[in-house]
Each structure stands twice: as C-alpha cells, then as structure tokens.
Design a binder for this molecule. Structure first.
Ligand code: SAM
Length: 275
C-alpha cells in the first residue's frame, strides 16, 4: 500500500511525499511529533503535520540561519539557539572556532530525543562538550539572561502555539537585551510568497529595536514556496560590510562567501514588502 505525508502549506496548497517507512509517532505535551522516511527527501521530522527538516535539504536552512550572522561578528563566543531541537543549527555553530559555548533552549525535550535517535546526521553535535541543551521556554530564557550572548538564533516553528511569542516585538526587545554590546540575532521569518503580512511586520519591529536590520533569502525545497526568509537584527556590525575574502572555510554546501553577499540581494517583489 502507498503511504503519503501531506502538509497543508496554506489552506489551499499541499506538499505530499511518498513515505518509505514511518519511524516514530507520538503526542508530546506540545505537539504531534513524527519522523518518517520519504522517497524524495530521506528522513523527515514533522511537528503537527508540518515539515520541520529533512535529510536532503536541511543544510540550506541550518547553514543560512547560523553562518551569515556568525561571520558578521569578529569573535562570537557565546551563542544561543531558541527552538532548533533537531540540532542542525548547533552542528553549524560549533564549526566556528571562536565559539566557546552554544546553548540550545528547546521547549519540547521529545524533539531532541527523536532527533538524536532518528536524525543523527543533523543532531550529531548535541553531545559536544561545548554544547548545553536546556529544555525550557525560549521566551522566558531570554528575559532571564541579560547581556549574555554574542549571537541568538531563533530556529522556531511557525508562529502558532508555543512559538507565537517568538515573532513579537516584546520578544525582540528581550533578545536585544540578552545580547552583548555588539550582538546579532537571526530568526527564520517564513515565506515571502505566503507570509506577506508577517515579514514586513517583523522587519518593522526589528528595525525599531536594532540599528542594523537586514532580510536575506535561501532556498529550502520542502518549505512553502521554497524561497525562505531570515531577518537579522544587529547592534553594530553590518553583514554587508564584511570582507568576504577573509571568511573561514566552514565546509558548507549552500553558504559560501559569495552567498554571504548575494543572499541580501532581494527581488523587487520582496523589496516591496519592506517599504
Ligand atoms: N527549521 C524548522 C522550521 O522552520 O520549520 C524549525 C525546526 S525546530 C524543530 C523548531 C522547534 O522550535 C520545535 O522543536 C519547537 O518545539 C520549538 N519551539 C517552539 N516554541 C518554542 C519556544 N517558545 N521556546 C523554545 N522552543 C520552541
């Protein structure tokens, strides 16, 4: 019998993948968690039937949400990831030699457990001695940690349920205060095709708090529309002023020094959103 997973990407659009094997399903206190093996993308993590990450395309998202910000800073030492229980962002962050400690604050410990068991290629750095994993609410964590992190990555689910507060101005203010003097934060901010109200709202909120605000793009085939946005708020450093000839080789498959520059080149329809 053929089995398919179907995500409702909008109320009028689905993405469907043929399933080779269902590896795990459970209802956690926060969400319905599934790991399936698919023919097209390999193993896939779904939360509440929404694709979070797949073996085939995770590198794009995880490299972009981390390296663009980290390579904008001269010497990032302490880094926080909010959400990101699959561990992909942490795996990329610890490639940076200057990073002494990377803290993951994931609200749902079951996501971390499932990623360790079924997605070792993504979660492989979670047991690194430089990594601390806390099962807690990221909204509360940033409120309680002022002036602590050089970079904060908001690797969240969509803006519903426990992640809703991770997309609001009050949270961005707390993120600002949790950053050190020249800190940077980067958040995944959804699709320029399908989230045309959310992206300008976030951009405006972040611009009201951070002196440097930038939107950049990457292509993640399993996310709605493929084209995906990230918003950066920086206290001091401008990613466009980085000398890309001096960037370290991080053994990446999507991010590169050239991508560091070109990811900020926005098509006119995306520029329109930010006006
Ligand atoms: N790359 C993904 C995407 O854009 O679809 C995000 C993946 S990651 C698995 C998202 C994680 O954010 C989930 O595991 C979820 O439990 C976590 N999360 C949601 N709200 C949170 C909160 N308030 N604090 C910490 N983690 C949260």
């Amino acid at each position: 019998m053929e089995l398919w997973v179907t995500e409702m990407q909008t109320k009028d659009l689905t993405i469907g993948c043929r399933v080779a094997k269902t590896l795990h399903y459970e209802e956690t206190p926060y969400q319905k968690l599934a790991v399936v093996d698919t023919h097209q993308f390999g193993r896939m993590l779904l939360l509440d039937s929404i694709i979070q990450t797949t073996i085939a395309d995770e590198f794009v998202y995880h490299e972009m949400i981390t390296h663009v910000g980290l390579n904008t800073l001269p010497n990032p030492r302490r880094v926080l990831v909010i959400g990101g229980g699959d561990g992909g962002s942490i795996r990329e962050i610890i490639k940076h030699k200057s990073v002494e400690k990377a803290t993951l604050v994931e609200i749902d410990g079951k996501v971390v457990e499932a990623a360790k068991k079924y997605l070792p290629e993504i979660s492989c750095a979670l047991d690194d001695p430089r990594v601390e994993v806390l099962v807690a609410d990221g909204i509360r964590h940033v409120k309680e940690h002022k002036n602590t992190y050089d970079m904060i990555v908001v690797d969240s689910t969509d803006p519903i349920g426990p992640a809703e507060g991770l997309f609001g101005a009050a949270f961005y203010k707390d993120v600002h205060d949790a950053l050190t003097g020249d800190g940077i934060f980067v958040a995944q901010t959804e699709s320029p095709f399908f989230n045309r109200d959310l992206i300008p709202r976030i951009y405006k909120d972040v611009s009201g708090i951070f002196p440097v605000t930038r939107l950049f793009l990457g292509n993640v085939p399993t996310y709605p529309g493929g084209l995906w946005s990230f918003t950066m708020g920086s206290k001091k450093h401008d990613p466009l002023k980085v000398d890309i000839s001096k960037l370290p080789d991080l053994n990446t498959r999507y991010y590169s020094p050239e991508i560091h520059r070109t990811c900020f080149v926005l098509p006119p329809f995306v520029q329109e959103l930010l006006k």
